[in-house]
Ligand binder design. Structure first.
Ligand code: NHW
Ligand code: EN5
Length: 388
């Protein structure tokens, strides 16, 4: 059934429940001299390109490929529309490799028709910190689908990760592949219910009128928690300590240092928003919340073309109840004109989703590791990792 994935060092469906298989790497690293030195062959007429995402022109080519060909919902009503600034942020964390930003062009016209990326990350799996690649933005132009280009893209990014002496990867997908380490549910909190209903993102509930629905989702004009403010650069050490302590409780989570926190969590307009609670008495940073901005194109609607969505990223509560902290996050997202606030049921998110009027979506997100076996699937609440 999975002609490609059956050949890869990933947990196989047939091995589920086999207690003789232990947790950890599936294959051992090979000497770097044995890693294939030249790129995999592409079909005739196509060529590899290493992308320079800092170049305005290349960034625009990637942006356009994704804006027209990347992930859609199951009814093809919405398509992710990552911004150029978001892509630059997502692809250039500390220690990134330009060689892991891989495009495919048509030789004759130079048109970009496929893309895949990796970024380096230290991911802790139980007690061990593993140097991994996070793979994302795999995309093949709609006109080139089902021609087995994706396996070539995956093998090529694998080769380039191996050349940097890394042997494991983490990735997420909306589709089921061999085999998920966890399966998470998307939840959605309406901020602009009228627009969401107009564009078919959500439906008017049974026995609900538009005005009752608008009232149901109303939020206060301003945040409630004393000391709640935007994160600033001088907060990096305190936020790093807070987040490291918090993430240590999950089975799989990133091992963030101060450089990572500065890159991933310092606010960047229309890309990443982060807030914290500084105790008015002690000036200690006690709580933190963040969301990233990922709009979706609304496909074929006469009056709206963009859905503005915030996605819950990393949140930590030690003093302010998580429910109150996330209510403040909803309030600032509403102030900033987002239409919807999305979250997965990872970490402790289940503790606030229902109470804050999130509803389950029709999408699931499966988490995967490459060349690392887990003995059991994890519960979403055991995952401390959010990919973009
Ligand atoms: S998930 C988002 C993926 N992108 C999209 O959904 C965009 C819209 N779709 C497309 O562009 C986030 C195409 O449909 C794609 C497949 C390109 C998805 N992951 O070329 P063929 C990520 O970016 C397998 C992995 O004919 P296609 C994560 C499929 O099962 N595999 O299909 C990416 C089949 O293999 P099988 C996927 O429709 C993680 C084969 O591809 C997949 O024209 C990548 C068919 O290929 C997916 N999302 O193109 C893995 N979708 O064995 C990283 C399909 O079943 C692994 N397939 O026959 C780690 C690498 C690094 C290791 C380092 C040590
Ligand atoms: C790799 N980093 O399906 C990411 N989204 O629920 C790739 N549904 O938005 C993996 N179909 O349920 C991506 N509205 C996998 C996700 C792909 C995109 C996707 C889902 C997630 C989604 C919406 C719209 C559905 C439109 C029809 C949805 C219901 C909202 C409602 C609000 C009020 C309370 C109940 C729920």
């Amino acid at each position: 059934r999975h002609k490609f994935w059956e050949t890869q060092p990933v947990g196989q469906f047939k091995d589920i429940g086999d207690s003789s298989l232990t947790e950890g790497p599936i294959e051992l690293p090979t000497p770097l001299s044995e890693v294939k030195q030249e790129p995999y062959n592409l079909p005739d007429h196509y060529e590899w390109v290493t992308c320079d995402i800092n170049s305005e022109q290349m960034c625009e080519e990637v942006y356009n490929l994704l804006a027209h060909n990347y992930v859609e919902d199951d009814e093809n009503m919405f398509r992710f529309k990552y911004s150029k600034e978001f892509l630059r942020w997502a692809l250039q964390p500390p220690g990134y490799f330009r060689s892991w930003h891989i495009g495919v062009r048509v030789k004759s016209t130079k048109k970009m028709v496929a893309f895949i990326t990796g970024i380096p990350a230290r991911i802790r799996v139980r007690d061990e910190v593993v140097h991994m690649a996070e793979i994302n933005f795999l995309c093949v132009h709609k006109k080139l689908r089902t021609k087995r280009l994706a396996p070539v893209m995956i093998k090529e990014v694998t080769r380039r990760v191996h050349l940097e002496n890394m042997w494991q990867a983490a990735y997420t997908a909306g589709v089921i592949l061999p085999t998920p380490i966890a399966t998470c549910q998307y939840w959605h909190r309406s901020l602009n219910p009228k627009k969401l209903i107009d564009v078919g993102f959500s439906r008017l509930g049974a026995r609900m009128t538009m005005s009752r629905t608008i009232k149901l989702y109303k939020l206060p004009e301003s945040t409630i928690t004393p000391g709640f403010r935007k994160m600033e650069i001088h907060d990096v050490p305190a936020v790093t300590r807070l987040i490291r302590t918090y993430l240590s409780r999950f089975a799989v989570a990133p091992d963030f240092d101060e450089n990572d926190v500065e890159h991933w969590l310092l606010p960047k307009e229309d890309v990443i928003d982060s807030f914290l609670v500084e105790s008015p008495e002690t000036h200690e940073v006690t709580d933190f919340c963040s969301f990233y901005t990922l709009p979706s194109s609304i496909l074929g609607h006469p009056s709206y073309s963009l859905l503005k969505a915030a996605y819950s990223f990393y949140n930590v509560s030690t003093v302010t109840p998580l429910l109150q902290l996330m209510n403040d996050a909803l309030i600032v997202a509403k102030q900033k004109d987002y239409d919807v606030f999305n979250a997965l049921d990872v970490m402790q998110n289940e503790s606030f989703l229902r109470e804050l009027k999130f509803g389950p979506g029709d999408g699931k997100l499966h988490y995967y590791l490459y060349n690392y076996r887990m003995r059991h699937a994890l519960k979403p609440s055991e995952l401390g990792l959010v990919l973009l």
